[in-house]
Design a protein around this ligand. Structure first.
Ligand SMILES: [Zn+2]
Ligand SMILES: [Zn+2]
Length: 365
């Protein structure tokens, strides 16, 4: 082996004295709905990679798409079998021969975006939207397992003050924080469309960054309750409320300064431009499954609206800000974690997500 041996919690050795080391993992094994709990070999880190003993991971909507094997998953360039999961934290258990910045025992969280390091974007400070971007847990084995390997670059050191249940969610939290940072929300009104975990993180981030008024939209009552706990002043169920009327009323007839779209609903996004104020900004995180019809003249040009797509965290400016906001106590996302369960119960966690129940589900191997 070209890497330093496992330091602790070494899984059982293979039968008959072989040194094949195995671990439990949640595997997408076949091109049909479902996931499997399997024993698979502990991965070996390449020269520029680290082996991480996973302390906690978090279930994402992307994992649900892969588990369901829906149309998106079928065309995402996934090769099976795949160890699922991409949101996690853990302890470095081994390092490749060229790793310099990390050593066994270091506490890190994973950045999902795996940049090539050579393309135009990578050379111009835009690694997170690398031309040849690969995604951890989608294009290579992920973290719903006892161990995972990841490039040294993508293992972000985490202060011990951030507990594993929170550190496991830094990747999605960073996406929401990035969107809110781009919106420049301080002292202004923000509408968050969709109060699943990404929307809830956006609410908490907007609160931390000093938004004066936060309005959350969702169709699930439980999520609206969580949004209120995280800092929403008003929550609305668009099936039951006149959203445009309420938002115009709450903003003195002006409209919202900023919108964070985290629902992926084309209808919700089309409607958002009715309550975005002139000169307002809109950050898009959700992925609509159908084309969105915008009246560009009225909704964007005459309005001088700014629209920005958010494909994850800036590497690593967003991570730095996030760490500082969390350790200073300005940003609190604890209420977003509504379930913690053993890794083996992953299917149960996916079912909760599918049913729109609760916030974030944490898996502990
Ligand atoms: Zn995710
Ligand atoms: Zn690149």
């Amino acid at each position: 082996m070209a890497w330093k041996a496992l330091t602790r919690d070494q899984p059982g050795a293979g039968i008959g004295g072989e040194c094949s080391v195995e671990m439990k993992a949640i595997v997408k094994a076949a091109e049909r709905p479902g996931v499997a709990l399997q024993r698979v070999p502990v991965p070996e880190p390449g020269p520029e990679e680290v082996l991480i003993r996973v302390k906690a991971s978090a279930i994402c909507g992307t994992d649900l798409h892969i588990a369901q094997w829906n149309a998106w998953a079928q065309h995402a360039g996934i090769r099976l079998p795949l160890v699922m999961g991409h949101e996690f934290c853990g302890e470095v258990a081994g390092v490749g021969s060229r790793v310099r910045s990390l050593k066994p025992g270091d506490y890190v969280a994973g950045e999902t975006h795996l940049p090539c390091g050579e393309c135009y974007q990578c050379r111009n400070g835009l690694q997170h939207i690398c031309k040849d971007l690969k995604l951890f847990g989608i294009h290579r084995d992920g973290c719903f397992a006892e161990y995972a390997t990841i490039p040294e670059l993508c293992a972000y050191p985490v202060p011990a003050a951030i507990p594993p249940r929170i550190a496991a969610m830094l990747e999605p939290l960073g996406t929401s924080l990035r969107a809110v940072l781009e919106m420049d929300v301080s002292g202004g009104s923000v509408v968050v469309i969709g109060c699943g975990p990404i929307g809830l993180f956006a609410v908490a981030s907007a609160k931390a960054l000093g938004a004066s008024h936060i309005i959350g939209l969702d169709v699930w009552e439980e999520r609206l309750g969580l949004a209120q706990r995280l800092g929403c002043d008003i929550t609305l169920d668009p099936r039951q409320s006149d959203v445009v009327g309420h938002i115009l009323e709450a903003t003195g007839g002006v409209g919202a300064d900023s919108i964070v779209e985290a629902s992926g609903s084309a209808v919700a996004l089309e409607g958002a431009f009715k309550y975005l104020r002139k000169g307002g900004r809109c950050a898009l995180i959700g992925l609509p499954s159908t084309p969105v019809r915008l009246n560009v003249g009225v909704d964007v040009v005459f309005k001088e609206a700014t629209i920005i797509g958010i494909h994850g965290r800036e590497m690593f400016r967003t991570w730095t800000r996030m760490q500082q906001l969390l350790t200073s106590g300005l940003l609190n996302v604890d209420p977003v974690v509504t379930h913690e369960m053993p890794l083996e119960n992953c299917a149960e966690g996916l079912a909760l997500l599918e049913a729109g129940k609760g916030g974030k589900v944490i898996l502990v191997p």
